[in-house]
Design a protein around this ligand. Sequence first.
Ligand code: FAD
Ligand code: SF4
Length: 500
Amino acid sequence: MACTHWLFGDQLGPAFLSRLAGVPRDAPVVIIESRAVFRRRRFHRAKAHLVLSAMRHRAAELGDRVTYVRANTYREGLRRAVGDRPVTVHHPTSRAALALVRSLDGVTVLPARGFIVRHEDFAAWARGQRGLRMETFYRHVRRDHDLLMEEGRPVGGTWNLDHENREPPPREARTLGAAAPFQPREDSIDEDVRRDLDRWERAGDVAFVGRDGPRLFPADRREALSALRRFLRHRLAGFGAYEDAMLGGDTTLSHSLLSSSLNLGLLDPVECVEGAVAVWRAGEAPLNSVEGFVRQIAGWREYVWQLYWYFGEDYRASNAFGHTGSLPDWWNELDAEAVSAQCLATVMRQVRDTGWTHHIPRLMVLGSYALQRGWDPAAVTDWFHRCFVDGYDWVMLPNVVGMSQYADGGRMTTKPYTSGGAYIDRMSDFCRPCPYRPDRRVGDDACPFTAGYWSFLHRHRGSLEHNARMTRAVHGLDRLQDLRALLDQEEQRERSADPP
Ligand code: FAD
Ligand code: SF4
């Protein structure tokens, strides 16, 4: 009889049970639901629901082939399911899980699945680089996997269409008018999950943050394929131009909402990018939208996955700015109603209600606010990990520590991503109904992002003025007549810990 194969909760698609990947067709399967995972962290309720629902849906699909164990820990669950018989498992997605599987007798670790580039290929590419830059890596992936290429050159004659993909939302528009994203229908498995989560919470065993509501993201392969198909057919064409825009009345715009399906292993990145390229070849979506989407998956997602392993364990503790501030209660509780700043209130409400928001609110509203306020990057990383349905250790560390908090001092990006209110005003419709004014930096109506931006530059002037991409901004401090008043105002804001 074939060796038992162990599936983690983010290895739920067919790519993780394939003969090509070293798992025989008749191999028995074990899936372990570990309660300790939920006890350790206060997850968003929607995330806990999605992960459990997806694991239980996979178990239902596999029927008699699977042993589904509910245990306190993975170690205990595995012992109960297989005793001391040998087990295979695909390379897990976190360092902690990799250390665990390597420490267990009789467990053979098979190569990672669910990504386009193998670790050894990334290491070989990185050896030839002077600095690791996403753009260079992305072009390498495009060439190596023949993605959007013609006779060795990028289709359309250019690699990068970002300049076409940074449009502000159309003037006066309340929505982009894109077709609605796929909406799953809950079933009896979801009912059981909801009942269990209620019971555990009532018993004081676990605690959640965020609101419960109908499940919004796919929990099995069939749903994930429907979501992908719907995006490719009805939403991809509009993806590019307004990728960075934000609208209070249309929070999903043309984004794919596929991150949780990809990160649960329900979708494979290759089928997503090949599907998008096929839509372009059929003339049903413009190149800027298709290239923009391919860049997100074959570029950013792959890059982030590789950096997680490449940078090593110490990366987690990076804190280049020496930020130690703690997250205030309103932030931890996702108390959107307490917030007057419309950008933060809108985004926080979306996170509270769905556990998701798109890239720019994560980077330029939530992450930027945390950076400007000097909060501990490890605490910010943990918050993102717990509160987002697509949050996992591998994707959080580079995105939060590196990209959003610049805590690695520039190993991942060339400058900190943060801005004053002018950027948010240009890219959204948040500022009009806001009690603050994006062009005011001092006074009762001073925008916390505008004032926070200058205060951040002032605090780190010593290190930032040596960064060629920040020098001009830092020198702008010298033109501010009201800098002292601004710094006093922001110091008071930070001391009060009240929401803006
Ligand atoms: P789309 O805009 O439709 O993009 C398509 C896909 O590209 C996504 O589904 C995702 O799989 C991939 N992608 C794009 N950018 C990234 C990136 N930087 N890292 C990894 N994948 C990327 N993404 C997560 O999957 N999980 C996270 O926990 C996560 N946390 C983030 C935290 C911060 C502070 C920032 C700045 C970004 C984070 N991202 C994370 C990346 C990105 O914001 C989300 O992948 C995206 O918003 C998910 O929505 P979508 O599926 O509609 O993406
Ligand atoms: Fe946000 Fe400032 Fe605009 Fe208000 S004015 S929505 S706080 S950027």
